[in-house]
Ligand binder design. Structure first.
Ligand code: 8YV
Length: 338
């Protein structure tokens, strides 16, 4: 398929863009300096049909991980030139389909790295040290005496931190573990880091089997793809230490949530901390009943400063592409040269 004529926009008047979810007023104001903006001012996710209808005549869209941009939508929206995701992950985009149609896709890397790594560590600590479980106990009025092993949790400092997926966020988690908590850091990734980055993170590459067998705390930070689906399922959980904790700040679908619930119930592993879920915002009902799992609603990047930086970067990508044919963080840069 030949890519249709692309940027910069030369149509009369300002190009029209769609903002698919409520974002900060400051960001909308910036966009309105350049574009005719239609914006969702609610937290409701538009249905695919509604999204398609509202995209008619739009040159650009600011999306979040909730809006699916696939071949069908792209075919039905021939004016669309750029989709700017307010997320580092972009598994909601069919990138080859975007490229085939000459539609630029962008994401928001870097600006959320440290904040997300902070949260990965917060979830690890809360899970290992049973923070939410013990808080529920206290709030329920059940705390009436000290006890020698009450909510005794797992050690964090000096233990082995395993990281599956060693991109920017994985490296941030590794640095925190190695430098802040004196942890031995092992990681598995398709490609090994260069020696300087390994030294900075004090991290050692191991096979996936070694990672599963040796980690006291295993943090998942790999991007979602069809190949990564259920990277951790019953077979992998069976290879972990019974005392281990599993932390998922990557994407729902990386873990087989039903298998995890079974493993947690049977104490096959000690505990899990989950920020992302298969089919979220639904959560596997068995997970909700288990005491040894900490559950948070996909908030790893949620500080106001970081969310603002993400929204601004997505807006900057729209502005750069539709006014100058450039992009700050493209995921299919080949479209720029087309
Ligand atoms: C977003 C995320 O909050 O950046 C990502 O990939 O998962 C989160 O930071 C979420 O995807 C909304 O776009």
């Amino acid at each position: 398929m030949s890519a249709p004529d692309s940027t910069p926009d030369t149509s009369v008047g300002q190009p029209a863009v769609l903002v698919a979810r409520r974002v900060f007023p400051e960001v909308l104001a910036r966009l309105r300096q350049h574009f005719d903006v239609e914006a969702n001012d609610t937290d409701d996710v538009w249905s695919p049909e509604e999204l398609q209808r509202r995209l008619q005549g739009k040159r650009g869209a600011l999306t979040t991980g909730s809006e699916r941009v696939g071949a069908e939508l792209l075919a039905a929206c021939p004016d669309l030139r750029v989709v700017a995701n307010m997320a580092v992950g972009f598994n909601n985009f069919d990138v080859p389909a975007c490229t085939a149609r000459g539609v630029l896709a962008t994401n928001t890397p870097d600006v959320l790295t440290e904040t997300t790594a902070d949260f990965g560590f917060a979830l690890l600590m809360a899970t290992a040290r049973r923070v939410t479980e013990s808080e529920h106990f206290l709030r329920a009025g059940l705390w009436n005496r000290w006890s020698v092993d009450m909510f005794a949790g797992a050690e964090v400092h000096g233990t082995t931190l395993g990281i599956l997926g060693m991109g920017r966020i994985g490296q941030g988690v590794a640095r925190r573990g190695a430098h802040g908590f004196g942890m031995k850091v092992i990681y598995h990734n398709r490609s090994r880091l260069d020696a300087a980055t390994e030294a900075e993170c004090k991290a050692t590459w191991v096979s996936k089997a070694e990672l599963l067998a040796q980690a006291d705390h295993l943090v998942l930070v790999l991007p979602y793809s069809a190949q990564a689906h259920h990277s951790v399922g019953a077979a992998e959980l069976a290879q972990m230490k019974p005392s281990a904790t599993l932390i998922n700040i990557a994407r729902g679908g990386i873990v087989d949530d039903a298998a995890l619930a079974q493993a947690l119930k049977a104490r096959r592993i000690a505990a899990a901390g989950l920020d992302v879920f298969e089919g979220e915002p639904r959560v596997h009902p068995d997970l909700l009943t288990l005491p040894n799992v900490v559950l948070t609603p996909h908030i790893a990047s949620a500080t106001l400063g970081t969310r603002m930086a993400m929204a601004n970067l997505a807006a900057d990508n729209l502005i750069a592409y539709l006014t100058e044919g450039k992009a700050l963080t493209p995921v299919n840069p080949e479209v720029l040269g087309a």
